[in-house]
Design a protein around this ligand. Structure first.
Ligand code: AMP
Ligand code: MG
Length: 365
């Protein structure tokens, strides 16, 4: 109960079908009342809507009431802890905050094994994406004030940094300069160069997805679940009627609609990165939250959105960001190397996808 305040209000809503992606979920609650969940005793479908990790979290589980409640509470706590103790660069309590404060320290900073393996995976993706994916872009994401833009943009906090400012920030970035060494006792220690700042915004939701699976698996009474964390969706198990999960892929040209639906059986992670998720538009130019490490500016390629389908949420989240920058030719290759399926929505409306993605994609436009 410490981190997750149950509201006493039960709303008798029965969810007969379970889709996801924008428009498919009936969101209960609002900004003033973010923590509500709905269900009906005797019905085997339960839903919770909450905010965590800076995004809306919608969870639907096919389970007994007890198992659903337990899961919602534990999941809420897990998401809070992941943000507050590990990933936030604003909260002093978090490891990332402390790592950033340690930049330039000769003796490095002792990190947890979980953080070491997360950063190792990120550095590997940096190498394999030819630098497109880079979790050391903190100086740039702060320069652009990305975290202050809401979806749709906050023009009053937005200003285009000068070329010189971008160059200076860019000079501080580069995952190839991260060092993780072991102490004599075998403990991982991170050496962050002076001025560098981590920003794990590109993998946070994927990491959370990966961590939610064990919570679902330990509840024998949970038959199936679909959880949406902003643009990242996980499916687990099966629905009561045995039909496939339906995951909508948002149409970047009209975010209230989908370009298609993925029909999925069992456990999957679907991660999407798009230029419509966080952006500011000024003088006809859309400045969005995915930065090209070559230019230090929002990636201005031909891609509007990328969706990755994988079994591994962390990988899917990282890949969706990387592929957005790389574009379809290189992005398809990278996704294939990692055994992931990928779909691109291009700026001319064309949809390009890998063969495996095609087998579960149903067009809705
Ligand atoms: P996502 O929405 O998963 O694609 O992640 C975007 C977030 O990751 C941004 O809000 C930034 O915090 C961070 N980011 C932006 N550009 C990059 C990049 N090239 N590599 C890694 N992280 C990035
Ligand atoms: Mg991502």
């Amino acid at each position: 109960m410490k981190h997750f305040l149950w509201r006493t209000l039960f709303i008798a809503v029965v969810f007969f079908c379970c889709g996801c992606g924008r428009g498919d979920f009936g969101v209960q609650g609002s900004e003033e009342e973010p923590k509500t969940y709905a269900g009906q005793s005797g019905e085997e479908v339960w839903q919770s809507v909450d905010t965590a990790m800076g995004t809306v979290v919608q969870q639907t589980v096919y389970a007994s009431e007890e198992a659903a409640k337990r899961f919602f509470e534990e999941a809420g706590q897990l998401l809070q802890e992941t943000e507050q103790e590990e990933l936030s660069w604003r909260l002093e309590t978090s490891q990332v905050y402390q790592i950033n404060a340690s930049a330039g320290r000769k003796e490095g900073f002792r990190i947890t094994e979980e953080m070491a393996s997360l950063l190792e995976a990120c550095v590997e993706l940096h190498e394999r994406s030819q630098g497109a994916f880079d979790v050391t872009l903190g100086p740039l994401t702060r320069l652009w004030k990305i975290d202050q833009w809401a979806a749709g943009g906050e023009e009053d906090v937005f200003s285009i940094p000068s070329g010189e400012e971008v160059e200076q920030a860019l000079a501080l970035c580069g995952s190839d300069r991260l060092r993780i060494l072991r102490t004599d006792a075998g403990e991982p220690c991170l050496f962050l160069p002076e001025g560098m700042l981590l920003d794990l915004g590109a993998v946070g939701k994927g990491l959370a997805q990966a961590r939610l699976y064990p919570l679902l698996e330990k509840e024998a009474d949970i038959m199936g679940a679909v959880i949406s964390l902003g643009g990242s969706i996980l499916t687990y198990g099966r629905k009561a009627d045995g039909s496939n999960w339906k995951v909508g892929i948002v149409n970047p040209f009209d975010t209230s609609s989908n370009v298609g639906i993925l029909s999925l059986e069992g456990n999957w992670c679907v991660s999407t990165s798009g230029d419509y998720e966080r952006y500011v538009e000024t003088d006809g130019v859309r400045y969005h939250h995915i930065l090209d490490p070559e230019t230090g500016c929002p990636a201005m390629g031909e891609v509007r959105g990328v969706t990755i389908l994988t079994k591994d949420g962390l990988l899917g989240d990282g890949l969706s960001t990387a592929c957005f920058i790389l574009g379809p030719d290189q992005g398809m290759k990278l996704a294939a190397e990692y055994g992931a399926e990928v779909l691109f929505v291009m700026s001319d409306g064309e949809i390009r996808m890998s063969e495996g993605m095609r087998t579960c994609f149903m067009e809705t436009l």
